[in-house]
Design a protein around this ligand. Structure first.
Ligand code: NAP
Length: 216
């Protein structure tokens, strides 16, 4: 739907893709996206909730429509933020390379793509589909929570740069002390989640009874 872009939207110089399960989306994600937007002079941040991620059993993750709608509710007030259905509408397992290639087609060759994700993903990236092509097509921004042992990550980033000419930035985001898994556990234990995520998302979780019984 949102991929039917207007001519103006097509002139995006730098597009950041915020990939994640967003189960649920929280202030850590939103602050991260805004920090990356500012730091890298990004014109638009596109939140891309995962469909069926390759690395997770399907039953462990909330329904795609719930995760999509919570992401829309959370991002609607930021004019630089948008949400894509590209992965949740794709049948079968969703791979990041397919999304990146799709967005390259939609936005054109001139648009510089950034992919924002959790730092641990960088350690596993060579196990993703078409990693070399992925590293060629976009700049990665690896974000971490406070207290993350960054030495091995920085070493990995350097190895990938030497081997594949990849561009990977590292960013520590204090507000990522908030985590989706902690929010799910809090809901299950009837503990408060207020101020960890937008009130609209909190109300959505309560209305649909999400996370009453988490698996982890
Ligand atoms: P995850 O395993 O759910 O998350 C791993 C850790 O990173 C969690 O602590 C998570 O925190 C954090 N995180 C994830 N995305 C983040 C983001 N955008 N900003 C800040 N923190 C983030 O990882 P995931 O969300 O499923 O996957 C992340 C992205 O990598 C997705 O776009 C997914 O499609 C992609 N991926 C692709 C492949 C492939 O193509 N083969 C394989 C694996 C992952 P929270 O739980 O608080 O979010």
């Amino acid at each position: 739907m949102r991929d039917l872009l207007t001519a103006t939207e097509k002139k995006v110089e730098r597009l950041a893709i915020m990939g994640g399960t967003f189960d649920p989306i929280h202030y850590g994600h939103l602050v991260t996206a805004e920090a990356v937007r500012y730091q890298f002079q990004i014109n638009k941040v596109l939140f891309v909730p995962t469909g069926h991620p390759p690395h997770k059993p399907f039953f462990d993750v909330s329904h795609t429509e719930h995760r999509y709608l919570m992401t829309v509710l959370a991002t609607v007030t930021n004019p630089y933020f948008d949400v894509s259905r590209v992965e949740i509408d794709r049948k079968g397992i969703t791979y990041t390379i397919d999304t990146i290639q799709h967005l390259k087609q939609v936005y054109g060759e001139e648009t510089e793509l950034y992919f924002i994700t959790g730092a641990d993903a960088i350690h596993q990236i060579l196990s993703w589909k078409d990693p070399e092509e992925l590293l060629r097509l976009c700049t990665f921004v690896a974000v971490t929570r406070p207290g993350y042992h960054k030495n091995s990550l920085l070493k990995r980033i350097e190895e990938l740069r030497e081997q594949y000419g990849s561009k990977i930035h590292f960013l520590e985001v204090p507000s990522l002390a908030i985590s989706s898994s902690d929010i799910r556990k809090r809901v299950e234990a009837s503990r408060p989640i207020k101020y960890l995520l937008p009130e609209t998302v909190e109300n959505y979780i309560l209305k649909f009874g999400l996370y009453q019984q988490t698996q982890d």
